[in-house]
Design a binder for this molecule. Structure first.
Ligand SMILES: Nc1ncnc2c1ncn2[C@@H]1O[C@H](COP(=O)(O)OP(=O)(O)OP(=O)(O)O)[C@@H](O)[C@H]1O
Ligand SMILES: CC(C)(CO)[C@@H](O)C(=O)[O-]
Ligand code: BAL
Length: 383
């Protein structure tokens, strides 16, 4: 969250300023005119049949047609700045549904007041190129049931018709809260985060009415919150979870990795290394919190100490927010893993900005602001 400081490129600004909605800044509004298809009311991504819906009524009309035609619909919610993690969810959805809807919406209510909503990466044109390439790939692969049929890219006016609600913790508004799970871990660090996520996902599910919804394991607590919301509100959809996509050295893909720069990028694998130590101990038979998390915390301490011994021009400082061993259904902390249920190992680390840069050093986009990284490993049941 700390690292969303990219500014829209000049070209994306240019395409955005034709007819922007007063409730959305020109930087991030998908262009309305540019992709207009002459014979259709609904624009499409060029060289594809992927429809771009900006309004709810048109999307609902399209959705009704899919229902009448017995076509299943899968939804992949995203905040854009698409990468291979998102694409893997779309591939999964295309394998199991006739029509895949991808939502691209940077949801204000999940950002705390001091978080960087305004600078969250907005890469609409690049996202369209990625979707076009995926469209070609899926068309050439006979194993899929369907393909990406539509992008839903609403404005905040559409998503919050009574006006944009407060981002304050005690702010008023129509919110969905899923507690206590939404208050733990990520929710403790970002108190309005899961309220915003549950609220926007409830809206997206109500609008798209998908048979299945797709979320990434990288945001594991989010999957637990969404599953609980679907269960507790008797929602008619199935929550599917796609595995975390990683770089070859183990770093989980994330839109925010672009802010790391070369020096911090090398150390960004710290969290996955630390979690893997705990996983290795689980696989060797350890079950208690101390046996699992003790050595993991020790590795984090040693890696940080190593950095502190370096010169400011060379070192990377980071802060461990949490390392957790939690119940897979509630995210509550465990003293002992129940072998029949397994557990979730998760963590969050804040990579601090470099203290002293070297001449010409790549510090990451926007000068390398603080970057909060999250990751997790599922400890599978053994019985
Ligand atoms: N590396 C990944 N592997 C699998 N799924 C992912 C990965 N990264 C993100 N996702 C999933 O994609 C969906 C949309 O996520 P989002 O748009 O927030 O991307 P992100 O990379 O997590 O961005 P952020 O910088 O906000 O964390 C979520 O369900 C998320 O879990
Ligand atoms: C699910 C989501 C799209 C809701 O805004 C967001 O939290 C995300 O990208 O993980
Ligand atoms: N993938 C989680 C979205 C967020 O950090 O706001």
């Amino acid at each position: 969250m700390f690292a969303r400081a990219i500014k829209a490129s000049k070209s994306s600004l240019n395409v955005g300023i034709g007819r922007t909605n007063k409730h959305c800044s020109p930087q991030w509004c998908p262009p309305i005119n540019r992709y207009a298809h002459h014979r259709s009311r609904v624009p499409v991504i060029p060289h594809t049949s992927i429809k771009i819906f900006r309004e709810i009524p048109e999307l609902r009309e399209w959705r009704r047609k899919q229902l009448v035609d017995y076509r299943s619909v899968g939804l992949v919610p995203t905040m854009g700045a698409l990468h291979e993690g998102h694409i893997s969810l779309m591939r999964m959805a295309a394998a199991e549904n006739h029509r895949v809807v991808v939502s691209i919406y940077v949801n204000p209510t999940q950002f705390g007041v001091h978080e960087d909503l305004d600078s969250y990466p907005k890469t609409w044109e690049k996202d369209c190129d990625i979707l076009r390439d995926l469209d070609k790939e899926l068309a050439g692969d006979g194993k899929n049931l369907g393909s990406v049929a539509a992008v839903f890219a609403p404005t905040t006016n559409v998503m919050y018709p009574s006006g944009r609600p407060s981002q304050e913790v005690d702010g008023k508004g129509s919110f969905v809260t899923i507690t206590p799970v939404g208050e733990l871990l990520e929710g403790a660090s970002r108190p309005t985060f899961f309220r915003g996520v549950a609220t926007v996902c409830m809206k997206l599910f109500n609008i798209v009415t998908p048979e299945k919804v797709y979320f990434g394991q990288k945001d594991v607590q989010q999957t637990v919150v969404i599953k609980k919301m679907v269960k507790d509100f008797c929602m008619n959809t199935e929550v599917m979870v796609g595995e975390t996509q990683r770089e070859s050295d183990g770093l989980a893909l994330s839109s925010r990795n672009v802010y790391l720069g070369a020096r911090r990028r090398k150390l960004a694998t710290t969290l996955s290394k630390v979690l893997r130590v705990a996983e290795a101990n689980y696989l060797r038979g350890s079950r208690s919190r101390d046996e699992l998390l003790g050595p993991a915390r020790e590795l984090a301490r040693l890696l940080l100490m190593e950095q502190h011994q370096l010169q400011p021009q060379e070192r990377v400082k980071f802060e461990v927010d949490y390392i957790s061993l939690a119940d897979p259904d509630t995210m509550e902390e465990l003293e002992e893993v129940d072998e029949s249920k397994g557990a979730i190992l998760s963590g969050a680390v804040k990579m601090l900005p470099v203290e002293a840069s070297q001449p010409g050093e790549d510090l990451g986009l926007s000068g390398g602001p603080p970057v909060r990284l999250i990751d997790n490993i599922i400890l599978k049941p053994v019985k």
